[in-house]
Design a protein around this ligand. Sequence first.
Ligand SMILES: [Zn+2]
Length: 355
Amino acid sequence: MIDELVDYKTLTNEQKEKLKTNIIESKDARLLYLYLHFTSGEDIENISKLILDTHNLRYIRFMLREFKIGNYSLFIDYILKENDNPGYLYYVLYDIDYLSDEVRIRIIDKLIELGDIRFTIKALYYYFVILGLYSEHLFNTMKELIESNMNVIIDKDNFHAVLDEAVHREDYTVEEQNGFSNNCIKGHNGHIPSIIVCHINNTYGIALKKFYDKSSDGSAHFLIRRDGLVKEIVSLDDSSWGNGTSLSDTSDVYYRFSTSKLVRDTKDNANYYTFSIEHESFDGSLTEEQFNATIGVMKTIIKYLKDKYDYDFIIDREHIIGHDEVAPIVRTKDPGNKFPYDRIIDELRKDKDLC
Ligand SMILES: [Zn+2]
């Protein structure tokens, strides 16, 4: 059924109707959610209610972040009532761009009520600093929370800086890592890597910890901090665990879901033929130091491909892409809508040696 959905455009009207009936009758949250990508208008509202009826929180969140559901507060009411997972709530706040101020405040209030300091601080930082919003109620709650947890007095002049410090505080406890991480696959399974995939991770230290943690399933070739520090994590000779795609249609990283034609045409795990660069950021914006470091890292990759394979990397948007293009079902905002692809491509093309 998944392949039929992916090939939706090529189906006859009769086949489309039959597929729709089968999906509705399945009451399967994943199928219903995937079907939304191929429909519009009233169908979106009707199918969204069927997804709510499945009580499947994973696809309820995916649906809300990707489709602007008219009566979305119904879904938020359900989430706030039925879900006590702080990480889930944080990502509802972080991923869904069209929430009203009132809904955002309700989500943060619930996080505060759950008592999870880490996600509460991240949510407050996201609200005040990244989105640039302000609420007197949240300010007062935050003041109380931070003053009782950190040795600092909050006022209207310093709270952005204090939140910044608080969000990154956990990073200071992360140990420096030496050498390459074991979170990789040796070699490239016969491919010459031809795509650079850009990612973001909210904070450097937590990403670093994860990429060296054997029990996690993530890594990247490079991690670039806000101040421009570059950490090399996986050798360019090997494949990092940054962009895994699957050949199985039961997986949400099924390679045929990719919006990149190159990924769809290369029938293999995308980790083998891509290089991953992770950036510390919430919305894809890079500091000037980080931007320059990214250019340096990309030039290193391009030179490596020339030296090792005599391969000329193609500097364009097909070959410098985002994680959300490789795995659009599970990734949004990775690397986020502020990521400076055009500026990166322009800068790389200025270097005549690379062209
Ligand atoms: Zn990513």
